[in-house]
Design a protein around this ligand. Structure first.
Ligand code: FAD
Length: 623
C-alpha cells in the first residue's frame, strides 16, 4: 500500500517528538513512526531533565518554541539549581521528572497536534532517488510492507538500531527497557553509503522503594522557590508546591571489593562489549578502576514518579545479576534492597555526524536529516535540541525559506551541532558548559533574549508568547536604566553599608554600582531602594547578572564579534580545495570532506591549521 506525507519522522524519542511537533506546527503534513506508542518519549535512563549544560539546552529549546521545557514543568517531582556556588554562567536547573506522566503528556500533545499522525510501525528501509545534483530521499518502508512517500525524512532511532543488551556474560538483541530493537534499518543506511558507528551506554538497577532504609541516607531536598523551564509556565508555578526528596548514599570499601573481585565478569571488562561509551557517564566499574584512589563514590537515590521504582544514579553497571545484588546490598540502607529492573549496558548503531550540514541534513542525500542519539550524542536534552533543529529545517526547506543555523556564539544548541558536524565524535557526546567559548553569554536566564526572535522568525512562537517576551525584554531595559540612573548620596547609603560592615562611600553611588559590589545584589539593596517596581523574578535575575558580569560580558561580546567576521565569510559549497595553491594536502582533503560553510567552521576542523586559513582568506578574498 502506498501513502504520501511531506515529512516522515522515524522514532518517537526525545528527538523525534520535537522534530514532529516542529514540522506539524509549521503547517507541514507529518507522520511520526515508532516501534511502540507505549514508549513514546521514554526515559530509559535517569528520570531527570536538565543539569550542567543540559539545563541550558532545555531553556534554549523553549526559547525557540520547542516542547521539552513546557512538559518538564508539568511533571516536576523535584527541582534544584546546580552550581549555585559558581558563576551565573554555569547555574543549571535540573529536575526529577515523573517518567510515566512525561510519556503520557507528550503522547497527548502529539495526538492533539494538527497535521500530525502517529503510527506504530518499524521503518526497515529508506527510498533514495538520483537527482541531477546528487540524490534525495523520497520515501520510507515499514516492516508491514507499507511505503510512505515523503519529501523529507528525519531519522531519530536513538539507541534501538541493532540494539544489544549486556548483563554480565548474557547478551541479547533488544532496545532499552527490553523493548524490541530495530534490526533492519542499519543495513539500508549502509547500503546508501551512510557511515555508522557503534556506541554504548549503560544504566543502573531500579530498586524497590520499600526495601530501602531511608533513615540512614542523606536527604537532598529541592530548592524552595524554583523558576520553571518554560516561559509558558507561570513563574510562581512551584511556589509552595510539595517536592519529593532525593537522597545521597556512598559506596563502601565492601562495594569496591565486590566490584574489583568480579571485574572480569562485567560485560564491559570481559571484552564482550566492543562499542565506545561516554567518559562523562562512567559505569561504577569504570569509576572503581579509573579512580582507584577514591575511597567512596557518591550516588543519588532518585524517585521516578508514582511507582515503587527508585533510580540509583551513578551505579550504572553491566555486571551479572548475582553481583548486582551483592554490590547493591553493600550500600548503607540497601542491605535488604530488592531489584525491580536489572542494570545493563546497551550497544547500538549511530551515524558519523560529520556527514551532516549544520542544518542536520545529510550532505550526500537531500531531504534526509539525522537527530538525537543517532547523531552520536547522549542525553534527552541533546536529542530534543537536535530534533527541534532538524524539524524546523525540514519544514523551512519544504517552504523554500532560509534554513535555521545557530552560531556557536548564540547558543549551546549551536555549539553542540557545530562540534558534531565539524569535529565529529568518537564517543557519545554530552553537552557541558566547558564546551562553549562563549559560556558567559550563554546563560540559562537569557536563553529567550538570545533565541526567541529566531523562534518567532521560523514561526514557532505565538503572538501571545512573543508579546510576553517583548514585555520581559522591555522590563529588563527599563530596570537597568533605572538602576544606572538612580543615585544615592553618602548620607543615604552609608548607614546601610556600615550596617553590613562594608566601607562607606565619599561620593554619590548609583544603585547599579551598589549591585556590582561583590557582596551585594539586587535583593540585598532593597533596603535603600524602597521605590523599586514589583518585577518578575526572572527580570531581576537577568538584570542583576548583566550588571555584575558587565565587564566580562563586554569582552566576550567583543571576542564573539571578532570571530563572527570569520563566521560571516562564506565558502562556496562546491569548492575543490585540492585545486587551491599553497593549501596542504591534509587540509585540502579535510576541507573537501567537511565542505565547511564558513572560514570560521573551516578553522575548527582538526587538521586545518591557521596557515591554511590564511591561504583560504587570500584565495577567496581575491575572488
Ligand atoms: C540504557 C541507557 C542508558 C542511558 N544513560 C544515559 C545517561 O546516563 N545520560 C544521558 O544523558 N543519556 C543516557 N541515555 C541516553 C538517552 O536515553 C538518550 O540520549 C535519549 O533517549 C535519546 O533520545 P532519542 O530521541 O535520540 O532516542 P530514543 O529516546 O532512544 O528514541 C528512539 C525512538 O526511535 C524509535 N525507533 C527506533 N528505530 C526505529 C525504526 N526503525 N522504526 C520506527 N521507530 C524506531 C523507538 O521506538 C524510539 O521511540 C541512556 C540510554 C539508555 C538506553
Amino acid at each position: 500500500m502506498h501513502n504520501r506525507t511531506q515529512v516522515a519522522v522515524v522514532g518517537a524519542g526525545h528527538a523525534g517528538v520535537e522534530a514532529a511537533l516542529a514540522c506539524a506546527r509549521l503547517g507541514i503534513d507529518t507522520v511520526l513512526f515508532t516501534l511502540s506508542l507505549d514508549s513514546l518519549a521514554n526515559m530509559p535512563c535517569n528520570p531527570s531533565i536538565g543539569g550542567t549544560g543540559k539545563g541550558h539546552l532545555v531553556y534554549e529549546i523553549d526559547a525557540l518554541g520547542g516542547e521539552m521545557g513546557r512538559a518538564a514543568d508539568k511533571v516536576t517531582l523535584q527541582s534544584r539549581t546546580l552550581n549555585l556556588g559558581k558563576g551565573a554562567a554555569v547555574h543549571s536547573k535540573r529536575i526529577q521528572a515523573d517518567r510515566q506522566r512525561y510519556h503520557h503528556l507528550m503522547k497527548k500533545t502529539l495526538e492533539s497536534t494538527p497535521n500530525l499522525r502517529l503510527i506504530q510501525a518499524e521503518i526497515t528501509d529508506i527510498i533514495i532517488e538520483p537527482t541531477p545534483s546528487g540524490r534525495k530521499v523520497s520515501g520510507v518502508k515499514t516492516q508491514l510492507g507499507e511505503v510512505w512517500y515523503c519529501d523529507c525524512a528525519i531519522l531519530c532511532p536513538g539507541t534501538y538500531l541493532l540494539g544489544k543488551i549486556f548483563v554480565g556474560d548474557v547478551s541479547y538483541q533488544s532496545g532499552p527497557d527490553n523493548l524490541r530493537a530495530a534490526n533492519s534499518l542499519s543495513s539500508a543506511l549502509l547500503r546508501e553509503g551512510i557511515k555508522l558507528m557503534r556506541f554504548k551506554t549503560g544504566t543502573p538497577p531500579r530498586v524497590r522503594r520499600c526495601t530501602i532504609d531511608f533513615s540512614v541516607l542523606e536527604e537532598q531536598p529541592g530548592e524552595e522557590y524554583p523558576l520553571p523551564f518554560s516561559a509558558d509556565t507561570p513563574e510562581d508555578a512551584f511556589l509552595g508546591v510539595q517536592q519529593l526528596k532525593c537522597y545521597i548514599v556512598y559506596t563502601t570499601p565492601e562495594t569496591h571489593r565486590i566490584i574489583r573481585e568480579n571485574l572480569s565478569r562485567s560485560a564491559m571488562y570481559s571484552g564482550k562489549i566492543h562499542a565506545t561509551g561516554t567518559r562523562y557517564c562512567p559505569s561504577i566499574e569504570d569509576k572503581i578502576v579509573r579512580f582507584a584512589d577514591k575511597e567512596r563514590h557518591q550516588l543519588f537515590v532518585e524517585p521516578m514518579g508514582d511507582t515503587e521504582e527508585i533510580y540509583l544514579q551513578g551505579f550504572s553497571t553491566s555486571m551479572p545479576v548475582d553481583v548486582q545484588h551483592k554490590m547493591l546490598r553493600s550500600l548503607p540502607g540497601f542491605s535488604h534492597a530488592e531489584i525491580m529492573r536489572y542494570a545493563y549496558a546497551i550497544e547500538y548503531d549511530c551515524c558519523d555526524p560529520t556527514q551532516l550540514y549544520a542544518t542536520l541534513e545529510f550532505k550526500e542525500i537531500s531531504g534526509l536529516y539525522g537527530a538525537g542519539q543517532f547523531n552520536g550524542t547522549s542525553g534527552y536534552e541533546e536529542a530534543a535540541a537536535q530534533g527541534l533543529i532538524a524539524g524546523i529545517n525540514a519544514a523551512l526547506k519544504l517552504k523554500g525559506e532560509e534554513p535555521l543555523i545557530l552560531e556557536r556564539s548564540s547558543s549551546y544548541i549551536g555549539t553542540l551541532i557545530d562540534d558534531l558536524v565539524t569535529k565529529g565524535t568518537n564517543e557519545p557526546y554530552r553537552i557541558m558548559t566547558s564546551r562553549s567559548e562563549y559560556r558567559l553569554l550563554l546563560r540559562q536566564d537569557n536563553a529567550d533574549l538570545r533565541l526567541t526572535e529566531l523562534g518567532r522568525r521560523v514561526g514557532l512562537i505565538s503572538d501571545d508568547r512573543y508579546r510576553r517576551f517583548l514585555e520581559r525584554k522591555h522590563l529588563i531595559e527599563l530596570e537597568t536604566e533605572r538602576l544606572e540612573k538612580t543615585y544615592l548620596s553618602p548620607a543615604e547609603v552609608n548607614p546601610f553599608l556600615e550596617s553590613l560592615g562594608e566601607s562607606p562611600v565619599n561620593t554619590g553611588i548609583s544603585l547599579s554600582d551598589l549591585i556590582r559590589h561583590p557582596s551585594l545584589g539586587y535583593d540585598e539593596i532593597a533596603a535603600v531602594d524602597p521605590d523599586r517596581p514589583a518585577l518578575p523574578r526572572s527580570v531581576k535575575i537577568t538584570t542583576e547578572i548583566n550588571m555584575k558580569y558587565e565587564g566580562y560580558i563586554k569582552r566576550c561580546l567583543a571576542e564573539a564579534a571578532r570571530l563572527a567576521k570569520l563566521e560571516d565569510f562564506y565558502l562556496p559549497p562546491d569548492t575543490d580545495y585540492s585545486a587551491i595553491r599553497g593549501l596542504r594536502i591534509e587540509a585540502a582533503q579535510k576541507l573537501n570532506y567537511f565542505k565547511p560553510r564558513t572560514i570560521g567552521q573551516a578553522s575548527r576542523i582538526s587538521g586545518v591549521n591557521p596557515a591554511d586559513i590564511s591561504v583560504l582568506l587570500i584565495y577567496f578574498g581575491k575572488k
